[in-house]
Ligand binder design. Structure first.
Ligand SMILES: [Zn+2]
Length: 367
């Protein structure tokens, strides 16, 4: 059987129909890819001039953005050929555990032990970082993770996402985007990928989700979250996941370690590193995300904790006014774990308050 061809290698998609096969031995299949050498030569990450068996680092300006938006980047090019893994963090600027794990990986991964290429952008939302901006990019007020794949002539966030889609995703064999609970969110670790209907992409994403070894795996249907990084990459046929660990604007070394271990496992699974995957537990699979939102501005009093298993119909919290009068009673409309929970007392109309994961089929409500 011919080895599968990888959509990431070709621009403008899209693998030819022939030659695509559902991999039965994932690692072996990846070892047959051409690796990062050719791919890097066609992206701006090549301007860092990574040499075989070495690490390069520097900043890459996003084209057409004024004032300049420089992305920090590491390119670790292995001594041997293999797949290209792209990693981003800090799309949300206060999700610190993923940012720290990405920097550590870019700085310490031994290129002599690596097959293929690791490209790391450890902080995408540079304008929001020192501002400690939650959810959005302060340049245009947009949530970067809702505007992928972006536009070449769009706002600052749209240009950044366009750049990442064109220059990073299209050259990658797999993609990880490291997140966590934002400044006002508690969270239990989980991974998220979008089902595309492309059997081989979905199968590879599922394998990498397992390798990430977070508590839950959420494989969401295409109607779930629009404009996400992993959505844009998966649409190109690239296995793509969000890894969520860490919470509440805290730099937490234990959460950083969860990200680091997941990233290491993914590289082992891809055949980029030798070794044995480190296991924390067996992730539980969920079918969709169901978010609950505030109907009014007010004070949010949750009656559940993050990680709790709730039942459909259960009261999970209340929004009250400044005199304590109830404005909204929140009920779970699915059964499953509370994956994230807003911990700020102050909430605005339309804000997400919590995200439940469920095994029940149906339409996701998230975003
Ligand atoms: Zn995030």
């Amino acid at each position: 059987m011919l080895p599968p061809r990888f959509c990431g290698i070709k621009r403008n998609n899209r693998c030819g129909k022939e030659g695509i096969a559902v991999p039965t031995a994932y690692t072996e299949v990846y070892r047959q890819t051409r690796g990062g050498v050719h791919l890097l030569s066609r992206t701006r990450f090549a301007t860092l001039k990574p040499k075989r068996g070495e690490r390069a680092q520097g900043t890459i300006p996003v084209p057409g953005v004024d004032p300049p938006w420089d992305l920090p980047a590491f390119v670790v090019r292995g001594a041997k050929d293999g797949p290209t893994l792209a990693v981003t963090a800090g799309v949300h600027a206060t999700e610190y555990a993923g940012i720290a794990a990405a920097i550590h990986a870019g700085r310490t991964l031994d290129p002599q032990a690596l097959r293929g290429t690791l490209i790391v952008v450890p902080l995408v939302n540079t304008p929001g970082f020192y501002e400690r901006t939650m959810y959005t990019n302060p340049r245009d007020g947009k949530n970067i993770n809702r505007v992928f794949p972006g536009r070449a002539r769009g706002s600052a966030s749209e240009r950044v996402t366009h750049f990442l889609t064109e220059e990073l995703f299209e050259g990658a064999d797999a993609y990880l985007d490291l997140h966590g609970g934002d400044m006002v969110e508690s969270l239990i670790p989980f991974s998220l990928y979008q089902l595309t209907g492309k059997e081989e992409t979905d199968a590879r994403s599922a394998e990498l989700a397992e390798a990430l070894d977070l508590d839950y795996i959420l494989a969401v249907p295409p109607d779930a979250l629009r404009g996400g990084s992993y959505t844009a990459a998966a649409a190109l046929g690239i296995p793509a996941l969000i890894a969520e660990a860490g919470q509440q604007g805290i730099y937490d070394s234990a959460a950083e370690a969860r990200h680091a271990r997941g990233l290491g496992n993914v590289m082992i699974r891809l055949g980029m590193l030798d070794g044995t995957e480190q296991r924390y537990g067996i992730p539980k699979r969920l079918a969709r995300f169901a978010w609950l939102y505030a109907d009014a501005q007010g004070l949010f009093y949750p009656s559940v904790a993050v990680g709790d298993l709730v039942q459909s119909g259960q009261t999970v919290g209340e929004v009250r006014d400044l005199f304590g009068k109830p404005l909204q009673t929140l009920h779970a409309d699915v059964s499953g774990p509370v994956l994230f929970l807003v911990t700020a007392l102050a909430v605005n109309k339309g804000n997400p308050l919590m995200g439940l994961g469920t095994e029940e089929p149906g339409r996701s409500r998230a975003g």
